[in-house]
Design a protein around this ligand. Sequence first.
Ligand SMILES: *[C@@H]1O[C@H](CO)[C@@H](O)[C@H](O)[C@H]1NC(C)=O
Ligand SMILES: *[C@@H]1O[C@H](CO)[C@@H](O)[C@H](O)[C@H]1NC(C)=O
Ligand SMILES: *[C@@H]1O[C@H](CO)[C@@H](O)[C@H](O)[C@H]1NC(C)=O
Ligand SMILES: *[C@@H]1O[C@H](CO)[C@@H](O)[C@H](O)[C@H]1NC(C)=O
Ligand SMILES: *[C@@H]1O[C@H](CO)[C@@H](O)[C@H](O)[C@H]1NC(C)=O
Ligand SMILES: *[C@@H]1O[C@H](CO)[C@@H](O)[C@H](O)[C@H]1NC(C)=O
Ligand SMILES: *[C@@H]1O[C@H](CO)[C@@H](O)[C@H](O)[C@H]1NC(C)=O
Ligand SMILES: *[C@@H]1O[C@H](CO)[C@@H](O)[C@H](O)[C@H]1NC(C)=O
Ligand SMILES: *[C@@H]1O[C@H](CO)[C@@H](O)[C@H](O)[C@H]1NC(C)=O
Ligand SMILES: *[C@@H]1O[C@H](CO)[C@@H](O)[C@H](O)[C@H]1NC(C)=O
Ligand SMILES: *[C@@H]1O[C@H](CO)[C@@H](O)[C@H](O)[C@H]1NC(C)=O
Length: 762
Amino acid sequence: MAQYINLHFIFFVFTFISIISVSSSSASSDDYQAYIVLMDKTMMPSPFSNHHNWYTSILSSLSEEVPSRHLYTYNHVMDGFSAVLTKSQLNQLAKMPAHLATFEDKLGKRHTTHTPKFLGLKKHVGLWPVSGFGEDMIVGILDTGVWPESESFHDRGMSEVPSRWRGTCETKNFCNKKLIGARSFSEGMKHLKEKINTTDDYDSPRDYEGHGTHTSSTAVGSRVQYADYFGYAKGTATGIAPKARLAMYKVLFLDNSYDAAASDTLAGMDQAIEDGVDLMSLSLGFIETPFFQNPIAIGAFAAMEKGIFVSCSAGNGGPHDYTLTNGAPWITTVGAGTIDRDFAAYVTPSDQTYGTLIGKSVFPENLLVERVPIYYGYGNKSKETCDDNSLDPKDVQGKYIFCDGMSVDELETSGAAGAIFTSDDSTNFLRPNEFNLPYVVLEPKVGDLLKEYIINTKNASISVKYGETLLGVKPAPQVAYFSSRGPDTRSPWILKPDLLAPGVDILAAWAPNRKSAPIGDDYLLSDYNLVSGTSMASPHVVGIATLLKSTHRDWSPAAIRSAMMTTADILDNNKSVIMDMTTAEQGTPLDYGAGHVNPNKAMDPGLVYDIQPQDYINYLCALNYTQNEIRIISKKSEINCENATLDLNYPSFILVLNNTNTTSNTFQRVLTNVGTSNSSYRVQVNTPPTGMNVTVKPELIFFEGKYSTAKFEMIVDVDISDAPPTYAGYFGNCGYLSWHEVNGTHVVRSPIVSAIASAKPP
Ligand SMILES: *[C@@H]1O[C@H](CO)[C@@H](O)[C@H](O)[C@H]1NC(C)=O
Ligand SMILES: *[C@@H]1O[C@H](CO)[C@@H](O)[C@H](O)[C@H]1NC(C)=O
Ligand SMILES: *[C@@H]1O[C@H](CO)[C@@H](O)[C@H](O)[C@H]1NC(C)=O
Ligand SMILES: *[C@@H]1O[C@H](CO)[C@@H](O)[C@H](O)[C@H]1NC(C)=O
Ligand SMILES: *[C@@H]1O[C@H](CO)[C@@H](O)[C@H](O)[C@H]1NC(C)=O
Ligand SMILES: *[C@@H]1O[C@H](CO)[C@@H](O)[C@H](O)[C@H]1NC(C)=O
Ligand SMILES: *[C@@H]1O[C@H](CO)[C@@H](O)[C@H](O)[C@H]1NC(C)=O
Ligand SMILES: *[C@@H]1O[C@H](CO)[C@@H](O)[C@H](O)[C@H]1NC(C)=O
Ligand SMILES: *[C@@H]1O[C@H](CO)[C@@H](O)[C@H](O)[C@H]1NC(C)=O
Ligand SMILES: *[C@@H]1O[C@H](CO)[C@@H](O)[C@H](O)[C@H]1NC(C)=O
Ligand SMILES: *[C@@H]1O[C@H](CO)[C@@H](O)[C@H](O)[C@H]1NC(C)=O
């Protein structure tokens, strides 16, 4: 059966978003399953020298129809362990006074696997700095593993591994001075899936598929010259922090898709903290639940408390509002944007008066096709062209086909030599892994010219030149169609995502044992691959955070995030507000957060909004979490909620309109001077939309030297009754609060947004 797909150009949209439902919805076969168990460590009896022995002793004391099986003991991310238990063993455990909570370890489906995704085109933000910074920083990546032989992990010219590093490589001859740790965590997955599919994955830190190799080399890959994808995007491939060290924690394994078990993810994060990573990036997510049920939120809190910066992908669930994952306020949540690079193909009708038509293709062959006959593949069964059974092989054999719509199977079985498609959205293209003929995509008005030529010409023919990489394409960046949008369903009082970073057609290392591009009947292998997704955006941000942290050792994770947010770009390379490619209109901070990360400006932000661990606890208190629930996240046995507030010292502002046309909020903030000298800043409020009034007190703030602080208050009143209709839509308009340095150059900018509360209950 022929399958209609929307034209997709990009190879894969990685949707490494596994859904885990921790509250149990019991299936029939769940009588012996994996659980994550939280314990009150203060109740550990004195004979036990450590909690691991205590936990295993508890497990062996449980009655044994089937022996319980210990999976992991957690040291940092939480006090507790995971184990495979029967229902009756779980009941016995739950009766123990030291038992705090239990969550089922469970895998769900990925969000949007193999659904064709509309993606944007290759554009590359000009000033992506490739600096020597990052040395002595250790970045932990939780992903599908790593291909250690890739050139991107060479360690030429690297100094000795820092002596503070406590990690290991579980596979011999895997590591060097670049790749300094590699572990895999599959116990939970093995239980949930019986076993790892070792035909198509490795039960070891080795990457079968390429995703983890790609994210790792994007963040910290060594410089490699002449990297390219079959002639496209030629150049020097380098990670953002090319001298930083890599530690891989494999937690994503293949069953039908790549999924991570909650127990394995917690174990990977626990180990990364134990090993001494400075930063972490996770390009995976669990569906948004309350934070105390989300393994990444729990693990990231422990990391944040130790000063470890954690960045995560926002998810590929866009373009609708409230599709974001990894929205905990102590995580840096990253959406995906396009870059200013494009891949062109030139179609020249043999009648010279039509000139040369420019289209898009990444068909992986540096190919020049001369004077090939072209056939207009109109069909009879529907209005679409090239649809089911509309093509007769004897008409199209050896020819190019021109289609307004398309049917992949039909084209592939038709014997055609290639295809020219049109797409009404010039940013949407075919995935070559679903279609293995040479092809070009034209914008409809360009396609109309070609159609006119074909219809009016007997024996029409064209020449096609593939393999051109264009740089400086405008406008860029744009918010990628697939990038998940805010607000966060569970915590809409903090604006998410935080930032936009490159996530469309990113060239980085790949596992070369995988087919990455089909040509005719052959599959080509490549050491490098062009991949898209928010999975690609998070490693860019962790790489920049690595550079910032190595430059400013004393900055907290919140200070690093603040520096990136308040200096982010909200204008594209055509000097317009960053566009949302879905609507081809201006995006909003619910699409791109504070803007597109600008590494050079983030190095010197002037001021930062800092946040202490207790501030996050005050936020959890205001979410009305119970003491136990806050304890699960914070590991603190004493929770003090006397300063409960939803008003975190965050570098962005959001008001939620819940079935009302008006709202008002007073935000209290403290700014910290990270410049060296005395300075003063004057407030400026830019572009508040109709119906939003902003008052800031005081309007001028002073700082005496480095790390001095100053407070201000901002009152925002919103009334959307008379506002333009779009304003009341999900994506509210926005204003900006900026602090401008007096007699200086620093500008510290934050978005102010109002959004409509989710119709879905949080
Ligand atoms: C492994 O996965 C591949 C592709 O998903 C599948 O074809 C194969 O049957 C699986 N093998 C096992 C042993 O499950
Ligand atoms: C198919 O469509 C073409 C072009 O519209 C038309 O000339 C032809 O008669 C149609 N054939 C049938 C069987 O409908
Ligand atoms: C078109 O092609 C046919 C078959 O190859 C040939 O007989 C005919 O002369 C060609 N017509 C023109 C105008 O080139
Ligand atoms: C660039 O901006 C100008 C002025 O706003 C606009 O007319 C033009 O269409 C834009 N170009 C692109 C490629 O978006
Ligand atoms: C928490 O509870 C208080 C008192 O019932 C309520 O006013 C407030 O809206 C709740 N907060 C959240 C975030 O639900
Ligand atoms: C709450 O705020 C007050 C006043 O700033 C401070 O003295 C106190 O230590 C805070 N309590 C906690 C638990 O942070
Ligand atoms: C909006 O109001 C409804 C009904 O009072 C409440 O259940 C929901 O939690 C509120 N949502 C937010 C985001 O405040
Ligand atoms: C900074 O300000 C303080 C107090 O206003 C003043 O004593 C000090 O001399 C100033 N330092 C510099 C370097 O201007
Ligand atoms: C904003 O201020 C204007 C002028 O004072 C006032 O008329 C309007 O009602 C205010 N709007 C809101 C939302 O408070
Ligand atoms: C909000 O304003 C609109 C337009 O003025 C009005 O139709 C609607 O009833 C108002 N909603 C509420 C909850 O007041
Ligand atoms: C800014 O510079 C002007 C002119 O040099 C000077 O008069 C003024 O005092 C300066 N302001 C601050 C806050 O440094």
